[in-house]
Design a protein around this ligand. Structure first.
Ligand code: AMP
Ligand code: MG
Length: 316
């Protein structure tokens, strides 16, 4: 069986094709970028509309498949940005009607978790999901995902992108911040862990102030944001693993591309006899293959869900 998955929750429009054994046959995508702004909602939705047919074509071509070979179409029903979700839904629905395929609306966050799990062949990991909007520590218990720690305000990726905008980097800024951080030294920032949760907006404000008052340069701030926020997450995840007894950690989401972040988590896991896992770059950020795989896993329970903009991982 082959499943075609459509991703459109935020800046990426992607279409992936996967087999029922988890083999990725295609994972085409095109992401919205901007030189000086963040994400302008209608512009992002328009971007998706403009690239959709091209991305679909290249996915089918890469997989060397035609419509007869596709059994199910899945799409991200949420969470995400309203106009982007609606575009993805209508595009998926149109294809499902035209080609007579079952439609499965899935949760974008769960898709990040399940593609990482199948790729690494894991049994029962503790998940750390760090993307633009989301920062969550998740475990699977009694048939459900449980969020055992999360950001109380913005996601870590959002902090990076917003700070990047302050210092004149384009969107998204995570990769540039990682480069600048290599030349930086430590300046003190708020360390805001609250029980199992964390907060990033105060750190953003502090960094913006330090930069605007010329009290710290961009390299030092990039370095210090990374060290502080990654340490906060490593602390909470370590506690989550100690509490739940999980021996595997899986990092997913776009911020998982950061080498320093992986290094810190790997160290923490080694020290407690656990194993750290991540996903390759092309499966870390938003893409369609993960939506296809989640569609395969959920096809018995979900169908046409329209869009669910605030759908939480623990509501699935
Ligand atoms: P996602 O929503 O999962 O596609 O993740 C997107 C987020 O990942 C954005 O906020 C990016 O700034 C961030 N990101 C991408 N590459 C890196 C990196 N090398 N270091 C830190 N953050 C990154
Ligand atoms: Mg995502």
């Amino acid at each position: 069986m082959n499943i075609l998955g459509i991703e459109s929750t935020a800046h990426t429009f992607g279409i992936g094709i996967i087999t029922d054994e988890g083999k990725v046959l295609a994972n085409a995508k095109d992401s919205y970028t901007s030189k000086n702004g963040g994400m302008i909602l209608d512009e992002v939705a328009l971007h998706h509309k403009n690239v959709a047919e091209k991305v679909l074509k290249s996915a089918l071509k890469d997989a060397k498949l035609g419509w007869d070979d596709i059994d199910v179409i899945s799409y991200s029903a949420g969470p995400g940005l309203d106009p982007c979700l609606w575009f993805g839904y209508h595009f998926a629905k149109g294809l499902s009607v035209k080609h007579g395929k079952k439609l499965v609306g899935v949760n974008h966050c769960c898709a990040h978790l399940s593609i990482g799990k199948v790729f690494n062949k894991l049994k029962d990991p503790c998940y750390l999901y760090v993307s633009g909007v989301n920062t969550q520590i998740i475990v699977f218990e009694e048939g459900k995902y449980r969020i055992i720690g999360e950001t109380l305000d913005i996601g870590l990726g959002n902090l990076l992108d917003k700070f990047g905008r302050t210092i004149g980097l384009g969107f998204p800024a995570g990769q540039e911040i990682e480069k600048l951080a290599k030349k930086g030294k430590y300046v003190e920032l708020p360390y805001t862990v609250k029980g199992m949760d964390m907060s990033f907006s105060g750190i953003l404000t502090k960094c913006q102030q330090l930069f605007e008052r010329k009290e710290a340069n961009q390299e030092d701030l990039c370095f210090s944001i990374q060290e502080t926020c990654f340490a906060m997450l490593a602390e909470v995840v370590e506690r989550a693993m100690a509490h739940t007894g999980k021996k595997e950690l899986l990092l997913v989401g776009g911020v998982g591309a950061n080498k320093r972040f992986c290094e810190m988590l790997d160290l923490m896991c080694n020290e407690r006899g656990a194993k750290f896992h991540k996903v390759p770059m092309d499966l870390a950020g938003d893409q369609g293959a993960m939506i296809a795989w989640e569609g395969f896993l959920r096809m018995k329970d979900y169908g046409d869900e329209e869009v669910i903009p605030h759908w939480r991982t623990d509501e699935v």
